[in-house]
Write a protein that binds this ligand. Structure first.
Ligand SMILES: Nc1ncnc2c1ncn2[C@@H]1O[C@H](COP(=O)(O)OP(=O)(O)OP(=O)(O)O)[C@@H](O)[C@H]1O
Length: 252
């Protein structure tokens, strides 16, 4: 689903992300961890061609599309629909005067989902199933963005991705704005989607406790470079790089 080789992202002369290898297969979760400014978000955004003013080299394939050479039209086909980005505070991106159901219906229409009679049902059926998949009541579709909590907004953002038929979710600190119990709900939703729908998940987080509960593999970034990578259980239990040990020691 995601295949990265020799990715380098530069702003001017400075390499802010250097990722030799990163693969996320169907039903897998890979986490990128590291302190603020280490290049995690830049790496994530570059996978969808969303870094502005950056010079990018290497090989990036997402849902079968060669991102660095694809036409803008081809990129638009995967962005949002097949590969969805879930950010830290989705509420800010939701139009305040639009009910969530109206917003979701517009997104489906924009991407042509639910228009063909055969393709997964009517827009209403697709929306109901997506909301159910993230354990929200369908009544939420009648609400405005300010009428929902941070955890509900995050789950709605994931539901939107599901409704649009996402195969890959790229999540940037999806739970950092949430309190601990609500974080657990969002993680449970993501874990369920991987297991039940084979969704591939690339997660950026500075929260190693969260990562240990969901990721199969971990990449540790520092100053733009990957200093350690491997199975999450191994990296978190027996870190081989001093920086990973530092991150682990900083855990509460
Ligand atoms: N548009 C830009 N122009 C120039 N430099 C940038 C730009 N965007 C990011 N950077 C720089 O790239 C480096 C990596 O930033 P990035 O946001 O990827 O780090 P991060 O690990 O995700 O940090 P955080 O956890 O704080 O989001 C930082 O030094 C940042 O200042």
């Amino acid at each position: 689903m995601i295949e990265v080789r020799d990715l380098k992202v530069r702003y001017g002369a400075r390499v802010v992300a250097d990722v030799p290898e990163l693969d996320v297969g169907e039903g897998e979760c890979v986490a990128i961890v590291g302190e603020s400014g280490s290049g995690k978000s830049t790496t994530l955004l570059s996978l969808l061609g969303l870094t502005q003013d950056a010079e990018i080299s290497g090989h990036v394939r997402v849902c079968g599309v060669d991102v660095l050479t694809a036409s803008p039209r081809r990129l638009r086909e995967i962005r949002g629909a097949r590969a969805a980005l879930v950010m830290q505070s989705p509420q800010a991106a939701l139009s305040p005067a639009t009910r969530l159901g109206v917003l979701m219906r517009r997104a489906l229409k924009l991407h042509g989902v639910g228009t063909a009679p055969s393709a997964g049902g009517t827009p209403d059926e697709i929306m109901d199933r997506a909301v159910e998949a993230v354990m929200l009541d369908r009544e939420i579709l009648r609400r405005y963005p300010h009428e929902i909590s941070g955890g509900q907004a995050q789950r709605f953002a994931i539901a939107l991705a599901i409704a649009l038929g996402a195969e890959v979710i790229l999540a940037d600190e999806p739970t950092s704005a949430l309190d601990v119990t609500v974080q657990a709900e969002v993680v449970a939703v993501l874990r369920g989607l991987r297991e039940e729908r084979g969704l591939a998940l690339l997660l950026v987080s500075h929260d190693l406790a969260l990562v240990s509960t969901i990721a199969d593999r971990v990449l540790v970034m520092k100053d733009g470079a990957v200093v350690e990578s491997g199975p999450a259980a191994r990296v978190l239990a027996e870190p081989s790089h001093p920086y990973t040990r530092e991150l682990l020691e900083a855990l509460p």
